[in-house]
Design a protein around this ligand. Sequence first.
Ligand SMILES: [Zn+2]
Ligand SMILES: [Zn+2]
Length: 157
Amino acid sequence: MASISSTRDAFLSGGLQNCNADEGTKCPICLEDLCSNNEQTVQIKPCKHIFGSQCLAAWLKFKNTCPMCRKVLYAGEPEVTGYGDVYVRGLVRQAREQLRDRFDDLAEGMQELVSRHRQNIGQSQERMRQDDRAHKERMKKIARWNAEQKLKIIRGT
Ligand SMILES: [Zn+2]
Ligand SMILES: [Zn+2]
């Protein structure tokens, strides 16, 4: 797989493979740890350089080269043309940050939902305990009343 792919599609389907990053390896595009960012790591087969899959996918929209070694990966134009490497790197990083912000928002929202749910459960448990206490009170009253009635019958009053 040393020769360059004939088209972008051919490269995307045949020129990449999933791989596992070594502990502490950073994605060269976003500089985040490849092991801890919960993202598939992909390797460019011809040059063996590895990246986060989302970062590389975004990069390859603009570029037909490896972000690390500038090896030309396929003949023909990328999906979007006319941007410099630095600019594209910035775009990709920005997109990543937005994605992460959105994820953080989502995670925060979920946490709030969970804590509200827990509160609801706590409240309904409290209500159940109150209902239970009220029920026991009522039962005691009935028992007392019964006992009084029996006494009345026994006393003949
Ligand atoms: Zn990355
Ligand atoms: Zn490379």
